[in-house]
Design a protein around this ligand. Structure first.
Ligand SMILES: [Mg+2]
Length: 604
């Protein structure tokens, strides 16, 4: 019984192993693996042998099973079956085991690779995470920088007040908001008077502190609904929005504000323990957003009003009026004409003689003329001021200097008293105060052999507006280039006496306003006497301008005035006319002539 059980168990075990192998081969598709077929076949034969072994115990089954008739045959069959089965198993294992080992090795390698891959993925993930974090930081910084840039775009860095862009945005915003309302608004353009002199004399750092102090003062005193900004330099803007009432009421409110603002700016200011006294010119425009004017138009109107206020003097305010627009338009046209005149050489020079006490011509003053193609002669004072305003004064100045040098070469062959002829050129203070003025003069005069021509620059007291030491250095540098200086319009400024001692001046020109009523006007006579006494003690020569008659000349001659200029001695004329009329050759013909009082006012 035990035998049957053991044989059956053996057969079943072989069957289970066979089935497991077969189903695995089918399920995992490993039937192509080396040795797997041998293993299946081997186990099958062993199972068959064991199964036959079991059936041996049941003789009735013999008729169903093909098996040897004798026990020996049966044994041989079972033995052969088992033997073949084992041989097949041996073949199978021989091939299958290396494959299993290979597989195991491959699995190990795969595991290793996986682990390396995971490590790489971790490292890469970490790197990406760091890059991501860095990118986020950069984006944040960029956003911050952009926001700072946006802020800077709309903010004045010195005062932190809104700038011009912000003002235009504000006006546009208010326009959209207020379309349906009928209220008035006012724009004030506030420009500090003579602020450049503070920068020039105390330095830009001090000037910046003054600007900040004024900005704080204005900011502290305006209402929260008003717009206060700085447009650059010494120019501020205030917008009063939504003024209710009629036009007159709005204008009155604006007037009161402008007055208050003047007082505010005029109040003494202390910067770095120094007291600064300021005033401002204010241009005002009152408008309604219902009008068709753009924000730029509104600002232009306020600008025109400011120009008008400054033109009238300083510390004043002016409301925009349509007539101003017309004047501004004319000014723009004149500016264009002047630029063209310079380009088309419509400007030319006349020269007015300067004589000594013997009537000998010792010098000439070059006087600029503009013959406009349609308007005729244009007043030089007017267009020189215009050239300063439109920023071409240096161009004009260089043009004059070049023309003087060119034309005076023609005089080189003449004999002059002291073998020298002084040729004076009027220099605008704005031009003289330019940083490269010395280089400009040097460049021009180096191109001309002036021989016995002495170049004299006529400057006015306005050049003393900045640092006097700088001015003295500048003048001394120019003197080394053989340039002399004459102080023009002497006596009309407020600081003449102070600066006369400091500046390296060769001569002064007594302003014609003191000469005109000589000798009857006692006050003028006293001033002229004082000037002559003082300049004599300082060893500075004097030219009296605007001599129109012999009485004036005789009076000044008695006071020992050295040099004279005026219609009494010669009108301004072209250099060729002066030569042709022998004014420069036979100088004694220029001796004073009596009863010549009907000449018109002499030139600058
Ligand atoms: Mg002059």
């Amino acid at each position: 019984m035990n035998e049957i059980f053991l044989e059956t168990l053996g057969a079943l075990t072989a069957l289970i192993v066979l089935w497991t192998l077969y189903s695995s081969a089918i399920r995992h598709k490993v039937e192509t693996q080396p040795g797997s077929r041998f293993l299946i076949a081997g186990f099958f034969l062993i199972f068959l042998s064991l199964a036959i072994d079991v059936t041996d115990n049941f003789p009735n089954l013999n008729k169903y099973i093909i098996i040897g008739d004798t026990p020996i045959q049966a044994f041989i069959e079972k033995g052969l079956g088992s033997l073949f089965g084992l041989i097949l198993l041996a073949f199978g294992f021989q091939r299958w085991l290396p494959a299993i080992l290979e597989l195991s090795l491959a699995k190990k390698n795969i595991k290793k690779l996986n682990s390396r891959l995971e490590q790489l993925v971790d490292e890469r993930t970490k790197e990406l995470s760091e890059v991501n974090q860095q990118l986020r930081l950069e984006i944040k910084e960029r956003e911050k920088a952009q926001s700072q840039l946006d802020k800077q775009m709309l903010q004045d860095p010195l005062t932190q007040l809104p700038n011009r862009y912000a003002l235009l945005e504000y006006l546009e915003h208010e326009r959209l908001r207020s379309t349906s309302q009928g209220s008035f608004q006012a724009v004030f353009l506030i420009d500090l008077d003579h602020f450049k002199s503070i920068n020039d004399s105390q330095g830009h750092s001090f000037g910046d502190k003054v600007i900040k102090a004024i900005a704080n003062r204005l900011a502290f005193n305006h209402r929260s609904e008003d717009f206060l900004g700085r447009l650059g330099g010494d120019e501020f803007v205030l917008v009063l929005p939504n003024m209710e009432g009629t036009t007159q009421e709005a204008a009155l409110q604006t007037y009161n504000n402008a007055t208050a603002m003047h007082e505010l700016i005029k109040a003494p200011l202390k910067v770095e323990d120094q007291q600064v006294n300021l005033s401002a010119s204010i241009g005002i425009t009152v408008f309604s957003y219902n009008s068709t004017h753009s924000s730029e138009d509104i600002l232009r109107q306020a600008d025109i009003a400011l120009y008008h206020a400054k033109d009238k003097g300083h510390g004043l305010f002016s409301f925009f009026q349509p007539e101003m627009q017309k004047k501004a338009q004319i000014r723009v046209e004149q500016a264009g004409e002047l630029k063209n005149a310079l380009k088309n050489k419509e400007l030319y020079l006349h020269y007015q003689p300067q004589v000594n006490q013997q009537g000998q011509v010792i010098g000439l003053e070059a006087l600029l003329r503009w013959q406009h193609p349609t308007k005729g002669s244009v007043d030089p004072q007017h267009f020189v001021k215009l050239a300063e305003e439109i920023g071409i004064i240096d161009q004009l100045g260089r043009y004059i200097l070049r023309m003087v040098c060119q034309q005076c070469r023609d005089l080189a062959s003449f004999d002059f008293p002291d073998n020298m002829l002084k040729v004076a050129v009027n220099i605008s203070p704005t031009h003289f105060l330019q940083d490269d003025f010395i280089e400009q003069v040097e460049k021009i005069i180096s191109n001309y052999a002036l021989g016995n021509i002495q170049l004299v620059l006529e400057i006015t007291e306005e050049v003393t507006i900045g640092d006097v030491d700088d001015l003295v250095n500048k003048m001394n540098t120019l003197k080394k280039l053989n340039v002399h200086f004459s102080l023009d319009d002497f006596g009309t400024g407020y600081s003449s006496l102070t600066y006369l001692k400091k500046l390296p001046i060769d001569s002064v020109k007594i302003d014609r306003s003191f000469i005109h009523e000589l000798p009857h006007n006692n006050e003028d006579a006293s001033i002229v006497t004082a000037i002559l006494t003082m300049t004599r003690s300082l060893d500075i020569s004097v030219i009296a301008e605007g001599i129109e008659n012999d009485i004036q000349y005789q009076f000044l001659d008695q006071l020992e005035c050295q040099y004279y200029q005026g219609y009494h001695f010669g009108k301004p004329d072209s250099i060729h006319a002066l030569i042709q009329e022998n004014h420069l050759i036979d100088q004694r013909k220029l001796k004073p002539i009596s009863n010549d009082v009907n000449h018109s006012k002499s030139e600058n």
